[in-house]
Ligand binder design. Structure first.
Ligand SMILES: NC(=O)c1ccc[n+]([C@@H]2O[C@H](COP(=O)([O-])OP(=O)(O)OC[C@H]3O[C@@H](n4cnc5c(N)ncnc54)[C@H](OP(=O)(O)O)[C@@H]3O)[C@@H](O)[C@H]2O)c1
Length: 280
């Protein structure tokens, strides 16, 4: 495994978010702690977890074992929609910190919209949690264009990002444009389409021309547009591959060819949590 060079950041309302982070959904127990530790030793400086992943304890262990200074790592976690009523949200944020063994996270997100609880109450609680020092920055995840705008109207603290499914097989141009218009970062989850990128012929061909893998071309396509990526791997040997994205560039023609891979059924994550069927 090769150490990786410095990872650039994107700025949004005072937050500096490393363009590559480690996704941890579905990483459990010893594997999770080892992957987090090794990623940080290699040069990753951003880790994404959530209370729903049931691995915050192990993420905290990996952070501690890595020897990397706390202030040098950007840690994101997310509150599950069943905890969106104000007292529950505050309690959930405290519980996340206790499991992670941190005094604050860098970014605290609302994991999915919850139409059962007024957004004004949830955002009031999220902003308070930030003001109380539990999170340096706050944001949202899986919010549609209409909900982004509603959230921004209701929040009295900056919302620094929207974390959404984003990869070449899915057209997220409307969400991306809305985030940009409001100065929010876009964080791409499932950025290699749950591994599907590795079998794509176009990504493979472009990869051969750059001596890169199809997964790296897929991730480069996103970071070249200042979209933060949080690929997940359970395999230590893939950690360097997924972060070695800053020693080459895709041409305009290559970017356009990759953009054309988007199709109607490109989504890989079940979107039914949101209670909606359309993004906008
Ligand atoms: N906010 C949300 O609602 C939400 C939803 C989904 C995900 N997320 C976050 O986003 C992160 C990433 O998304 P994801 O886990 O859904 O999918 P992903 O990162 O797109 O893909 C992960 C899959 O790809 C494989 N893989 C990793 N690197 C590879 C490479 N270089 N070549 C080929 N295959 C590779 C992994 O297998 P191996 O383990 O075998 O390498 C794993 O099966 C999550 O872990 C989580 O932190 C957030």
């Amino acid at each position: 495994m090769t150490a990786i060079g410095p990872i650039p950041t994107v700025s949004a309302s005072g937050a500096k978010i490393p363009l590559v982070g480690l996704g941890t959904w579905d990483l459990r127990g010893r594997t999770c702690a080892r992957v987090v530790e090794q990623a940080l030793r290699l040069g990753y400086r951003h880790v994404d977890t959530a209370e729903m992943y049931d691995n915050e304890r192990e993420v905290g262990e990996g952070l501690g074992a890595s020897g990397v200074k706390r202030r040098d790592v950007f840690v994101t976690t997310k509150i599950w929609p069943s905890h969106f009523a104000p007292p529950a949200l505050e309690r959930a944020a405290h519980d996340c910190l206790a499991r992670l063994r941190l005094s604050e996270v860098d970014l605290l997100l609302l994991h999915w919209p919850n139409p059962q609880i007024p957004l004004s109450e949830t955002l009031g609680a999220l902003c308070k949690v930030k003001r109380d020092g539990l999170a340096r920055h706050i944001g949202i995840s899986n919010f549609t264009v209409a909900l982004i705008e509603e959230a921004l109207r209701l929040a009295n603290e900056p919302l620094v990002c929207n974390q959404v499914e984003c990869h070449p097989f899915l057209d997220q141009s409307k969400i991306i444009a809305a985030c940009r218009q409001h100065g929010m970062a876009v964080v791409a989850y499932s950025p290699i389409a749950r591994g599907n990128a590795k079998n794509d012929k176009v990504l493979g061909r472009i990869g051969s021309a750059h001596k890169k893998t199809a997964a790296q071309i897929c991730l480069r396509y996103l970071v070249q547009r200042d979209i933060v990526v949080i690929p997940r791997t359970s395999k230590l040997e893939r950690l360097s591959e997924n972060a070695a994205l800053f020693d080459f560039a895709l041409s305009e023609e290559e970017m356009a060819e990759i953009a054309a891979l988007a199709h109607r059924n490109g989504r890989v994550v079940d979107w039914s949590y949101s209670g909606r069927t359309e993004w906008d």
